[in-house]
Design a binder for this molecule. Structure first.
Ligand code: AMP
Length: 399
């Protein structure tokens, strides 16, 4: 299975052997469409060997061509008969797409029609699919949607309390994102506990540059922190997360900002970077330890929001069988995990300082043995989840 995550100026790719889940190759082709012709591809082979080339990428087709060349150099070309299908990450499926979907002309049209809900992402995803299709028209292309895992949100969680007619007319509701990660991690957490996903209630904290929380009851997502767009919820690298919507009116009426300027402010110049100038949690923790006040406040705002969500999702689930940290910050930052869980013994949540500080590649528990609510670190693997879902749809017969 080839998995493609196509952005407006980059394509991330991974080739996976579905017999054993092995990563055969992967990489990133970036700076697509940039003037000056400075495209770049960084490719990693299955044996860990790394190659880097710069060459012009006038469009996605040129970038995918280079991906094909790198794979061929590893003996794994896009023309390989063993290639079963291509799985594509698609950010927004609206209410229309709640399952992995085989791409047809109609499906592409419908994904394109969802562009107003994800103006930056869906057009790039469509371009990636069209390019891969042109390259291998005989191969099934499967769209796997970031929103799909959250399609099970009950109406009480999905509906904003705004005028029903207006909301419905403009598709204003909560969709949620990072779905493949929440799905993969909640299942893996059940596995770590030696139980079936259908038996456990899990809170997943996906803390990367984008960040979101989800409450998963018996394998079914019942609440998540991102909303109509990925702006709602937790404090993120550059996004504000939750905020009084009247801040937007105020910035417009009193501050004189245009809607595009407010959009840019809240999506790209807020969150950790807005609070302290850095969005890398390593740097923030280091500065905080050196007594930097702005970094300390940024850390506190980030952690305070997380703790509110842990409490809220405990109430939503009623019974929590695991609290799980994942993605760049969640997997790597012991200080964030410690601060987010400090003083939550009343909820049955506590981490063991030594286990929490320890480093380890795979999924692991960081709570003391016998803890009422096990706290886990589970590395996410969105590409594997996309491949798994797409492969389940097309079956195993290579074409
Ligand atoms: P992701 O979006 O999942 O790739 O996560 C990216 C973010 O993870 C970066 O912006 C960093 O803030 C954070 N990160 C990566 N490694 C570490 C680390 N060792 N400690 C703390 N944060 C980290």
């Amino acid at each position: 299975m080839l998995v493609l995550n196509s952005g407006s100026s980059s394509v991330k790719y991974q080739l996976l052997d579905m017999a054993d889940g092995r990563r055969l190759a992967g990489g990133l082709a970036e700076r697509i469409g940039e003037s000056g012709g400075g495209g770049r591809i960084v490719h990693t082979s299955g044996d860990g060997g790394r190659r880097e080339r710069t060459l012009p990428f006038p469009d996605h087709a040129a970038a995918l061509g280079a991906v094909g060349e790198e794979l061929r150099a590893d003996g794994l070309g896009l023309d390989s008969p063993g290639l079963a299908a291509v799985g594509h990450r698609v950010v927004h499926g609206g209410t229309r797409f709640t399952e992995p979907t085989l791409v047809t002309d109609e499906v592409l049209e419908e994904v394109r029609a969802l562009t107003p809900l994800a103006p930056l992402h869906n057009p790039a995803n469509v371009t990636g699919i069209e390019t891969a299709r042109a390259l291998r028209p005989d191969l099934p292309q499967v769209a796997v949607f970031d929103t799909a895992f959250h399609a099970t949100l009950p109406e009480a969680a999905a509906r904003y309390a705004v005028d029903r007619a207006v909301a419905d007319r403009f598709s204003v509701r909560r969709y949620g994102f990072h779905g493949t990660s929440h799905q993969y991690v909640s299942r893996a957490a059940a596995g770590l506990l030696g139980r079936e996903p259908s038996e456990v209630n899990v809170i997943v904290l996906h803390l990367g540059n984008g960040a979101s929380a989800s409450a998963v009851a018996g394998g079914v997502c019942v609440e998540t922190s991102m909303g109509m767009t990925p702006l709602e919820g937790l404090v993120m690298g550059t996004r504000s997360g939750d905020l009084d919507p009247a801040v937007v009116f105020h910035l417009s009426r009193v501050g004189g900002l245009t809607m595009d300027e407010v959009d840019d402010l809240l999506n790209r110049r807020s969150g950790l970077v807005g609070l302290c100038g850095d969005n890398d949690m390593r740097e923030i923790v280091r500065r905080r330890e050196e007594g930097d006040r702005e970094a300390a406040v940024a850390f506190d705002v980030y952690v305070h929001r997380l703790r509110k969500y842990i409490g809220a999702y405990t109430a939503v689930l009623g019974r929590v069988d695991a609290l799980v940290f994942t993605a760049g910050v969640g997997e790597n930052s012991a200080p964030v995990r410690a601060a987010a869980t400090a003083g939550l013994e009343g909820l049955g949540i506590t981490v063991d300082p030594e286990l929490n500080a320890g480093r380890g590649g795979g999924a692991r528990l960081v709570s003391p043995p016998g803890a009422r609510v096990p706290v886990a670190v589970v590395p996410t693997d969105e590409e594997f989840e996309i491949a798994r879902q797409a492969f389940a749809l097309v079956g195993r017969s290579p074409r």
